[in-house]
Design a protein around this ligand. Structure first.
Ligand code: SF4
Length: 325
């Protein structure tokens, strides 16, 4: 089956309905053998040093992945660097399929975008709705994993992150992913719940550093809310596909995201929030709005390269956790 690369979550139902395999390029990059080498390869090719490492990693990942010759470019609602990324990939012979989330969540414009994508992949609404039903059954398992994280305290922050973030493409095989999730669900149900840990929320783009969750748990704190990763699971069980992707908060304005964050912070009884901001990302600017609007202790962390937490960041986390206690 042909593969299509994704730079962020898009209506993946269309891709599965067409019999293609979606590949989340972020996940492929960060789980690769040497992500930092991929970043450096992009810099050698001419990407600037002062540019987000995710973009550079995705660029090199696509060039290395000979079986991905098509990439869906989210031209609105994801990343301000996507245009140039896609142009450099186009230069290398990759086919680019544009997709835009309308800034104001306009239902008509969103339907038009989805239908243009359907036209490209030559699928009907009946096929797409069937794919939605199939994928929602898989998503339901991950929703349960999330519930077991914050309500029963049986799932680690890392597991919560990993399974939710994988819902962007279901690792290219929804049936296998569903079976893996079932196995984890069975295992965690028999675990004793974690008691007396600080309850944290993680907001912002997924972290480029690999050991954040583990470090927090070693110090008696757990992430029980992963904002963006949870959004990848389409957690609202909407009736139609257009409505589902209207409720998905990540591609729209920060105030829409904040409503979801505040609701979940209260429901999950959070002690504090970590706002992760990637170096050289335009979303760093939104930190000032988040700080003003969220009524909870908040630590802003900045990550740059795919690496482990540096000493300064570990120290800042320690101070934040001490303050919460
Ligand atoms: S972290 Fe920011 S700059 Fe980097 S890819 Fe994501 S949205 Fe773009």
């Amino acid at each position: 089956m042909p593969k299509v690369g994704l730079t962020t979550t898009v209506p993946v139902e269309v891709i599965y309905a067409a019999g293609w395999v979606p590949v989340d390029l972020n996940n492929l990059f960060i789980t690769g053998e040497n992500p930092q080498a991929l970043v450096e390869e992009a810099e050698l090719a001419g990407y600037p040093r002062n540019l987000c490492a995710w973009i550079k990693g995705i660029y090199s990942t696509v060039l290395k992945q000979r079986d991905i010759s098509t990439v869906i470019a989210v031209t609105q609602g994801d990343c301000s660097n996507t245009h140039a990324l896609m142009e450099t990939l186009q230069l290398a012979g990759v086919e680019i399929v544009p997709f835009a989330f309308p800034y104001d969540r306009d239902a008509d414009l969103l339907r038009l975008q989805i239908e243009k994508m359907m036209c490209h992949f030559d699928v009907s609404w009946r096929q797409v709705d069937e794919a939605k039903e199939r994928l929602n059954r898989v998503r339901g398992k991950v929703w349960e994993l999330d519930r077991l994280t914050w309500q029963e305290n049986r799932v680690s922050g890392w597991e919560n992150h990993l399974y939710q973030v994988s819902c962007s493409d279901f690792n290219g095989d929804p049936d296998k992913f569903a079976a893996d999730t079932d196995m984890l669900l069975e295992e965690v149900r028999s675990r004793p719940p974690v008691e007396k840990a600080l309850r944290l929320g993680y907001i912002g783009v997924p972290p480029i550093v690999g050991d954040l969750y583990q470090y927090l748990e070693e110090r008696g704190a757990r992430v029980v809310f992963n904002e963006t990763q949870r959004q990848f699971t389409m957690p609202y069980a909407a009736a139609g596909l257009v409505e589902q992707y209207r409720r998905y908060t990540y591609p729209y304005g920060v105030f829409f995201r904040l409503a979801d964050i505040s609701r979940e912070a209260a429901r999950r009884n959070l002690d504090g929030i970590i706002h992760y901001a990637q170096s050289f990302c335009f979303r760093q600017i939104e930190d000032l709005i988040i700080r003003e609007k969220l009524d909870l202790p908040l630590l802003t962390l900045e990550g740059d390269k795919p690496n482990r937490l540096d000493a300064r960041t570990r120290m800042r986390l320690d101070v934040f956790l001490d303050m919460l206690r």
